[in-house]
Design a protein around this ligand. Structure first.
Ligand SMILES: C[S@@+](CC[C@H](N)C(=O)[O-])C[C@H]1O[C@@H](n2cnc3c(N)ncnc32)[C@H](O)[C@@H]1O
Length: 248
């Protein structure tokens, strides 16, 4: 008897490294959105940013390019992903730092950051882990620092989930067909049952938009906002409350 995977594993690494550009709807647009929304960075001299679940370092690299004054730490639990990230980030020298850690672990949740970002990773935490993460991240942001999250978002009804699953399939089909084109990508998306809104699994635990907004509010964030959404993917942003307002 085979047991269903409960955590991201090496087979996910290989699929995502090979097909991430097709599996993720408008990946470049999402990365641009996150990079834009971290600004303005409050700590202008030497802003330090944190990228949670940095994977192969695509967003980390974009942050370093878009914010030449910044240093970025990327955290991930996968050796395979961290090796790919190390190669991509080598040109940035000591402006980029990589840390191996589990997202669930709380021992890395200290230090002070001008902004914290994450792409397609927070949904791997369960619905106790996500609000705890938001509470901890709030204590790690400098006053006025931005938290910007790109992630899966769970539709609030079964009917909306079914529609969203179809929209995600459509996006993948279009991206697989667009030049330069990857004929195997659409088949890989279906065969791997990557579309969690069609094939729910124990690895992906997306929450609804309403849950995220409530948890961020309860953690003390201000300006919480939905900034981009498509086919079950979203970018949300929030601002760490200023220390003077007594939120710490
Ligand atoms: C879908 S990939 C996204 C990677 C990258 N942020 C991007 O958007 O290209 C999810 C990433 O989260 C990492 N991850 C998943 N669960 C994790 C956990 N419990 N602890 C640490 N990293 C985890 C994986 O190793 C992987 O790199």
């Amino acid at each position: 008897m085979t047991t269903a995977p409960q955590r991201w594993d090496e087979s996910d690494d290989q699929l995502f490294l090979r097909y991430g550009d097709v599996f993720v709807p408008r990946r470049a647009e999402q990365i641009d959105t996150v990079c834009g929304l971290v600004a303005p960075l409050p700590d202008r001299d030497a802003p330090h940013l944190l990228d949670l679940g940095c994977g192969e370092g695509r967003l980390t690299a974009a942050l370093l390019q878009n914010h030449p004054e910044a240093r970025v730490t990327g955290l991930d639990g996968s050796d395979t992903m961290l090796a790919a990230a190390a190669e991509r980030l080598a040109p940035f020298g000591d402006r980029a730092r990589l840390v191996k850690a589990s997202l669930q672990d709380r021992s890395w949740r200290h230090g002070t950051y001008a902004a914290i970002v994450s792409s397609l990773t927070v949904h791997h935490l369960d619905d106790d882990g996500k609000p705890q993460l938001y509470r901890d991240l709030h204590t790690m942001l400098v006053a006025g620092g931005r938290l910007v999250l790109a992630d899966l978002v769970r539709p609030a009804t079964a009917a909306a989930a079914a529609w969203t699953a179809c929209r995600w399939d459509d996006e993948v089909d279009q991206q697989a067909a667009a030049p330069p084109g990857d004929p195997s990508a659409a088949g890989a998306f279906r065969d791997s049952r990557w579309n969690t809104f069609r094939y729910p699994d124990l690895v992906d635990k997306p929450a609804t938009l309403a849950q995220h907004l409530r948890w961020l509010d309860e953690a003390g964030f201000d300006d919480t906002d939905l900034c981009w959404a498509l086919a079950g993917h979203m970018v949300i942003a929030a601002t760490g409350r200023h220390r003077d307002r007594g939120a710490r």
